[in-house]
Design a protein around this ligand. Structure first.
Ligand code: HEC
Length: 164
């Protein structure tokens, strides 16, 4: 009885390991690619640029850092999806190429907590922003990317107060 249970465990482990090895052969298109930087927004301050680099650039620029684990499936698939999807929504390295998302949307994502993605913050604690850094970045992004009329920096402060 015990013997065959042990055997079953070894089989399951063996199959899992074989699968893990096999899925490494499935390509993840886009992984490890950093296309050229064609244009950047005109940052209103070096501080805005720095904060955006720290919290947003891995998925919203062509300057993505690709640590070793981004090579390993299935992690590589998930990361490729986030980076390609992020660049499609907003890419600070190809600014002006028909971007649809501006400062307003970016400020909103900071306050509703959707950006940076939670899964990213677990592995990148440096990207966590304090309330005042969020406010700085939101205001900086509004100033650098432009916001819709009627969405002013006072709106940002109001949202930030609610956030605290
Ligand atoms: C781990 C990757 C990742 C990081 C880091 C990240 N984003 Fe995103 N972002 C995405 C993805 C993927 C999408 C598109 C799909 C979606 O909306 O979830 C997106 C979409 C967006 C959009 C489009 C509107 C929306 O909500 O869909 C905005 C604006 C945005 N991000 C702003 C930011 C800002 C500002 C930062 C930094 C504070 C940031 N993102 C950090 C992955 C990321």
């Amino acid at each position: 009885m015990k013997r065959s249970a042990n055997k079953a465990v070894w089989w399951v482990l063996g199959i899992a390991l074989a699968l893990l090895v096999l899925i490494q052969l499935v390509p993840s298109p886009g992984i490890k690619t950093n296309p050229p930087i064609t244009a950047e927004p005109t940052w209103d301050s070096p501080q805005t640029h720095l904060l955006a680099e720290r919290a947003c650039f891995d998925c919203h620029s062509n300057e993505t850092a690709w640590p070793w684990y981004t090579n390993v499936a299935p992690v590589s698939w998930l990361i490729a999806r986030d980076v390609l999807g992020g660049r499609e929504a907003l890419n600070f390295s190809t600014w002006g190429n028909g971007e649809t998302e501006g400062g307003e949307e970016s400020a909103e994502t900071l306050f509703d907590g959707t950006m940076p993605l939670r899964s990213y913050l677990i592995t990148h604690p440096d990207a966590r922003l304090s309330a005042s850094e969020k406010q700085q970045l939101a205001q900086g992004l509004l100033a650098s990317l432009g916001g819709k009329e009627g969405y002013s920096s006072s709106e940002v402060s109001r949202q930030n107060d609610e956030d605290d």
